[in-house]
Design a protein around this ligand. Sequence first.
Ligand SMILES: *Cc1c(COP(=O)(O)O)cnc(C)c1O
Length: 493
Amino acid sequence: MGDDGTHIPEETLDPKDWEEIRELGHRMVDDMLDYLRDARGRPVWRRLPDDVAARLSGPVPKEGLPPKEVYEEFRENILPYPIGNIHPRFWGWVFGTGTVAGALAGLLADTMDTNGSGIDFHAAAHAEHQVVGWCKEMLGYPAGAGGVLTSGCSGANLIGLAVARNAKAAAAGYDVRRNGLAAAPGHMVLYASDEIHSSIQKAVELLGLGGDALRRVPTNGRYQMDIAALAVAVAQDRAAGLLPFCVVGEAGTTNTGSIDDLQALADLCRQEDLWFHVDGAFGAWAALAPQARHLLAGMERADSLACDLHKWMYLPYGIGLALVRDVEWQQRTFSLTPAYLAHGDGGRGLAGGDLPWLCDLTFELSIGFRSLRAWMSLKEHGADKFGRVIQQNIDQAAYLAGLVEAEPQLELVAPAMLNVVNFRFLPADRSQIDDLNRRLVVELQEQGVVVTSGTVLRGSYAIHVANTNHRSRREDFDLLVGEVVRLGRKLAT
Ligand SMILES: *Cc1c(COP(=O)(O)O)cnc(C)c1O
């Protein structure tokens, strides 16, 4: 109502002029497809200029701008300055490359704007369950397991370890959900290798177990957990009155791509009555690669398995997956149904069906339609093609390792495993080896021709290449090696 009691027309966030926005939307789609098609022709990365950074700060706009102007600002200030992971010569950290189908699916999913969490009689919930089912099938994990898509593998690790904690606490006679860890008859501890990902420690901290509860077991020459040392650690902790409850195996460590001996870990967990969780963030997907899947033998025996689809399944960020063998324990960990979320009664209406609600399997309630990216990408390419491209990445990594070994001024810092290669430039003055390689990684990034990251292995700095890039070709690795040698020589003088 206006002051004089007259009716003021309602506002909406929909466009005033649908034809104008349609034209702009078409242009956006054209621009984005060009952007993906032409990725190879741009620098991998370039620094965000200070004046652009300055434009990306400041207060909230009070008044709106025409959509065209907003898009122009995006094109000018945001689009030209990406991290670079969609580029064929980006291999830093472990980044995904995205798929075109995934990008377009993002538009479709956001248009429908469904919340896949619950409510059964709509298609997105079924598509999500279908995608989780496909993942179980591709990973060789039991079809009856519980599963939910997450924002990434950090969330998936948190879910797996939360169920592990609650299930094993119950086996020891107390109820963590009700009474918290204070009620535990002993300090709960778990085990992982010293190459474990930081998200495992974060999960342990968030679950109230305390970072010290995570025992770091030494690794062997292939960066796999030392099983004998693990057995000793469990026995010592038991003797000291602690409560060992879980072992975390890595299927593909971030540093080296190493895969723990998952069969041996599964055997030990069965013997010792421990929960077996596998962090397979990217490495789990080697299950699709014909010549690598044997490395993952035993993964299917895990009580819980965490991975993501935005690294080595190449989907746009962020999509991960948590699988739990015993779906009942997953539900007992997360299910909480207030009156306003009651469901599964009567078979009619939006909430009347008996499809499990995803919010009963995770700590989140609202869940966007992220599964559509996987659904469309897998429909378009098929699982076999994903397997071939993953195998191609592994073969390219072996090719790169061969180039390194053939070049007298380079050496491998760790055995090349899976899709990861760690190597370094050898300056004549060996005392500057770490410092020089550290500078090399930075200078390569600044140059924008290739991007790697760096890491430290057994005290030695290494140039770190993790190949989860479906756009790379062999010649890109030739270029990488050529640039490392050229720049290394230059920096060494
Ligand atoms: C990236 C990664 C994670 C964390 O996954 P996010 O999707 O980044 O949350 C966990 N474990 C390993 C081995 C990883 O490489």
